[in-house]
Ligand binder design. Structure first.
Ligand SMILES: [Zn+2]
Length: 276
């Protein structure tokens, strides 16, 4: 546990994603990263692959809270063929998108990486992308144009794909999996977060968006298994934070130190490559 926060009692937080991926793929940690890995993922890899992972696909849908995975569990069950394992994790405070992704990809809490307010300027400190580049790995970030992920990790020698919509992000990512030029692909979608702010976290339109993210993950996962079949590989479904209904205007929002905003669930799987 890296955070002394009662809301997160007993849980690891999203800073553990970076050391876990680095450990599985045998890449050094960013200088400010925690070493607190998610043991369950390492354990599944030991059982299933026993080898270094060479490819990783990380899908980050914005704003999908833990409570959704309970309330709509039948919808999330559809992802089991792609990612049968999951873990309850804590976000970081304040749970706002650029702060969360800065933590997820540096392995550090906001007070350490310094992004404590919701701004989208380039993050200068060392990230997982920097250590991957140093290790000679190829990275693609595929995101909706001008989203946090699209902007805060710029100025690095990696391939940025800024697309107009979630659908275009998905088709670009599938194409990249097919081309097989990258070792780490980050895919970001934002429809659910857009709609929770416009309506509420459980409005019919927001739930359609949530289902779209589930379907997108399944589509990406099928392409991941098809085009990266020969590699030992890791797939992750890693939202940044949850959301609640604001008492002020009755719409969805997030940023508070409460379970609805802070607690999320990450899904994952590792697969052994053919002929390995
Ligand atoms: Zn939001």
């Amino acid at each position: 546990m890296t955070e002394d926060n009662p809301v997160c009692f007993g849980m690891k937080n999203i800073t553990s994603i970076t050391p876990t991926i680095c450990s599985l793929m045998d890449v050094p940690l960013p200088s400010i990263s925690t070493e607190d890995v998610i043991d369950d993922i390492l354990f599944i890899n030991k059982k299933k692959s026993k080898n270094v992972i060479t490819k990783c696909l990380l899908y980050a849908p914005d704003g999908i809270g833990y409570f959704l995975t309970i309330r709509y569990k039948d919808q999330f069950k559809k992802m089991a063929a792609i990612a049968p394992y999951s873990i309850r994790l804590c976000s970081v405070y304040p749970p706002k998108t650029p702060i969360c992704f800065a933590s997820m990809f540096t392995g550090a809490l906001p007070k350490i990486h310094g992004r404590e307010r919701s701004e989208r300027t380039v993050l200068k400190c060392e990230t997982i992308f920097d250590t991957f580049i140093k290790a000679g790995k190829k990275i693609a970030i595929v995101a909706v144009r001008s989203s946090s992920i699209d902007l805060i990790f710029r100025e690095r020698k990696l391939d940025y794909f800024s697309e107009e919509t979630d659908e275009k992000v998905t088709s670009r990512a599938v194409e990249l999996l097919k081309q097989d030029q990258h070792d780490l692909i980050i895919v970001y979608h934002q429809e659910y977060d857009d709609l929770l702010h416009e309506t509420t976290p459980v409005s019919p339109r927001a739930i359609i968006a949530m289902n779209n993210h589930i379907e997108s993950f399944i589509e990406l996962g099928n392409a991941f298994n098809k085009f990266w079949k020969k590699y030992n590989r890791l797939i992750l479904f890693t939202p940044d934070h949850g959301a609640h209904i604001s008492r002020e205007d009755g719409r969805g929002t997030h940023g508070n130190n409460i379970p609805e905003d802070m607690v999320i669930r990450h899904y994952y799987n590792v697969e052994k490559g053919e002929n390995k």
